[in-house]
Design a protein around this ligand. Structure first.
Ligand code: AMP
Length: 227
């Protein structure tokens, strides 16, 4: 069966969201993005959203109780045999342990942890220039990937906006939080033999080709040869 439980590690701005969309579609995995779920909860003004908002605005991690619960819920909703792709979770050792417990309950595990690496100054450039479609969440960049019509999504015509945590000050804090709390997860998954480092520089399709090579190694004879 190959990789059915995949997580995406890597700093903010490494391209996790962009890659997650393509991977989940091509490999039939359920895409679970904690950042997207939290932004949705904030937009809807739910109690979860109200609890998470101030942490998100500051570029800090939302409390584990808030985040681990929504992930466990989403995993429980999917069939035990359904593969999953986690994007933005886990982000700390305690979340990684909570994930292991939640997965063990349904006989699942993390088969592959893709750790996307990009130099820090490049991350700052990517994040501060990032724009997203308000309707379909497709990402753009003011310099590297602008839309055809200013401020409008090429795909659905939705309005583009800048995430409130993509300002330079908050971005620097998010990167510091990543180094302190999330980067140690590379060691956690390396010691289990499931870590694959991915060079995240270059065009999105170049990065995707590297990701496919890693996924297909675990997939064994599944279709989808490296580009
Ligand atoms: P992202 O879209 O993945 O960059 O997430 C945006 C923000 O949501 C982060 O800066 C955190 O405040 C919050 N967040 C997302 N995922 C997590 C998580 N696994 N644990 C704690 N906070 C999270």
């Amino acid at each position: 069966m190959g990789a059915r439980g995949v997580i995406l590690l890597g700093p903010p701005g490494a391209g996790k969201g962009t890659q997650a969309e393509r991977i989940s579609k091509d490999y039939g995995l359920v895409h679970i993005s904690t950042g997207d779920m939290l932004r949705d909860a904030v937009a809807r003004g739910t109690s979860l959203g109200r609890q998470a908002k101030r942490f998100m605005d500051a570029g800090e991690l939302a409390p584990d109780e808030v985040v681990a619960g929504i992930v466990a819920e989403r995993l429980a909703e999917s069939a035990p045999g359904q593969g999953f792709l986690l994007d933005g979770f886990p982000r700390s050792l305690s979340q990684a342990e909570a994930l292991d417990e939640a997965l063990a309950d349904s006989g699942r595990s993390v088969d592959l942890a893709l750790s996307i690496q990009v130099p820090e100054e490049e991350l700052v450039r990517r994040l501060t220039g990032r724009r997203l479609c308000a309707d379909c969440a497709r990402p753009y960049h003011v310099e590297f990937g602008p839309p055809q019509v200013a401020d409008r999504c090429d795909q659905c015509g939705g309005r583009l906006y800048q995430r409130s945590d993509d300002t330079e000050e908050t971005v620097r804090n998010r990167l510091a939080v990543y180094r302190d709390q999330t980067e140690p997860l590379n060691g956690y998954y390396r010691s289990r033999g499931v870590l694959a480092g991915i060079d995240g520089t270059g065009r999105p399709d170049e990065v995707y080709a590297r990701i496919r090579r890693s996924l297909d190694r675990v997939q064994g004879s599944e279709p989808g040869q490296p580009a």
